[in-house]
Design a protein around this ligand. Structure first.
Ligand SMILES: Cc1cc2nc3c(=O)[nH]c(=O)nc-3n(C[C@H](O)[C@H](O)[C@H](O)COP(=O)(O)OP(=O)(O)OC[C@H]3O[C@@H](n4cnc5c(N)ncnc54)[C@H](O)[C@@H]3O)c2cc1C
Length: 305
C-alpha cells in the first residue's frame, strides 16, 4: 500500500474549520511546511461551510448570516494565501503510530487521485464537533431531522424547509438556527425548550464567570428575544416529545407536568448541543475523560490544547 513514498510535512492539520485554518496561518508564519486535509469541498468547517461560494453567488443570503461570516470570509482568504498545502475532499481514516496519515476521497470521487497517505512530523487534530443525537419516540419517521442538518442544507445549497416547522431541544445553536429560519421566511410553529426546570437557578453560581463573556450572554438573549417577538409559541420545561405520523411526520405530541397536547408539523428539528468529534483521537488510542458538566467524552490535552 505504501509503495509510493509519502510526502512529508512539518505539520499536518486535519480540519479546515476556523481552528485548523488559524493554526495553519500561525504555523506558516513560523516557516513550517503545512498540509491541511479536510473532507469538505471548501474551507470553512461547520460554521463557515461553503462560505466562499455563498459570498460569491448568494450574496444577499451571505449578508443575512451576519458579521461573523465577514470574519469567516476574511479568515478563509488569509488561509488560502498563507502558503499551506490544502487537500479538499479528503477523509482521514487511519493514522499510524509514526504519524503516517491515510486519507481517501470523502465523496468517493474517482477523479480525486491525490496520493492517499502522507507523513507528519507533528499533527493537529482540528475536527470540531458533532451534533449530539437526540433519540425520542418516532425519531426515525421521515420529517424528523437533526437541527444542524437544515443548516448544512441551507449553507451548501440554499434549501429551506416548507410547511410547519417545530424546533425542540436546548442550547444556543438551536436558537441561532431558529432565528436563521425566521430570517428566510420559514414558518416556525412552536419552540420546545427541553432544558430542565430550575436549570437557570442551578447555573446561577456560574454567573460571575459568564458575565466575563457578556457578549455571548447578550447574543443569546437577543436570539431568545427575536423568537419571542416573532410570536412563536415558546414552551419551556418540556419533558416528553413524541413524533407521530404514518408514513411521514404529521404531529408532535408534547408533554409537560403530566399533561399532553399536539401540534401539527411537517418537520421536527431536534438539537441537544454538540459533542467533540473523538473518532480520530479514539482511533489513535488517546486517553479520554468524561466531562460531566457537558456530558461528553473529550480527549485529555496538554497546555497547548
Ligand atoms: C452541523 C453543524 C453546524 C454548525 N453551525 C454553526 C453555526 O452556524 N454557528 C456557530 O456558531 N456554530 C456552529 N456549529 C458549532 C461549530 O462546531 C463551531 O462553531 C465551529 O465550526 C468549530 O470550529 P472548528 O474549527 O473547531 O471545527 P469545525 O468547524 O467543525 O471544522 C472541522 C473540520 O474538520 C473536518 N473533518 C472532520 N473529520 C475529518 C476527517 N476524518 N478527515 C478530514 N476532515 C475531517 C470537517 O469536514 C470540518 O471542516 C455547528 C456545528 C455543527 C456540527
Amino acid at each position: 500500500m505504501n509503495s509510493i513514498r509519502a510526502p512529508k510535512f512539518d505539520y499536518i492539520i486535519i480540519g479546515a474549520g476556523p481552528a485548523g485554518m488559524a493554526a495553519a496561518i500561525t504555523a506558516r508564519t513560523h516557516g513550517l511546511s503545512v498540509l491541511v486535509l479536510d473532507e469538505q469541498l471548501s474551507a470553512g468547517g461547520q460554521i463557515f461551510r461553503n462560505i466562499e461560494s455563498l459570498e460569491a453567488t448568494r450574496n444577499s443570503e451571505f449578508s443575512k448570516l451576519g458579521q461573523e461570516y465577514e470574519f469567516g470570509s476574511f479568515l478563509v482568504r488569509r488561509f488560502k494565501k498563507c502558503g499551506a498545502d490544502y487537500f479538499t475532499d479528503r477523509s482521514v481514516w487511519q493514522i499510524d503510530n509514526n504519524l503516517q496519515i491515510h486519507h481517501v476521497s470523502a465523496s468517493a470521487s474517482k477523479s480525486n487521485s491525490v496520493i492517499s497517505h502522507c507523513q507528519a512530523k507533528r499533527l493537529l487534530i482540528a475536527v470540531g464537533a458533532m451534533e449530539r443525537p437526540m433519540p425520542l419516540p418516532g425519531w426515525t419517521i421521515p420529517g424528523v431531522m437533526p437541527c444542524t442538518a437544515v443548516d448544512v442544507l441551507y449553507k451548501s445549497s440554499g434549501l429551506i424547509p416548507d410547511g410547519e416547522v417545530v424546533l425542540a431541544g436546548s442550547g444556543p445553536l438551536l436558537l441561532l438556527i431558529g432565528c436563521r429560519l425566521l430570517d428566510v421566511g420559514v414558518h416556525v410553529s412552536a419552540f420546545l425548550d427541553t432544558s430542565m426546570n430550575g436549570a437557570l437557578l442551578k447555573a446561577l453560581p456560574l454567573l460571575p464567570n459568564a458575565l466575563r463573556s457578556h457578549k455571548y450572554l447578550t447574543r443569546g438573549l437577543s436570539l431568545l428575544w427575536k423568537i419571542r417577538k416573532a410570536g412563536i409559541p415558546f414552551y419551556s420545561g418540556i419533558q416528553n416529545i413524541e413524533a407521530l405520523g404514518a408514513s411521514k411526520l404529521e404531529k408532535v405530541r408534547i408533554g409537560k407536568s403530566g399533561k399532553f397536547f399536539d401540534v401539527t408539523a411537517d418537520l421536527l428539528l431536534l438539537h441537544n448541543g454538540v459533542v467533540p468529534n473523538v473518532q480520530i483521537t479514539r482511533n489513535l488510542g488517546c486517553e479520554h475523560r468524561w466531562y460531566d458538566v457537558q456530558r461528553y467524552w473529550e480527549p485529555i490535552v496538554d497546555d497547548w490544547g
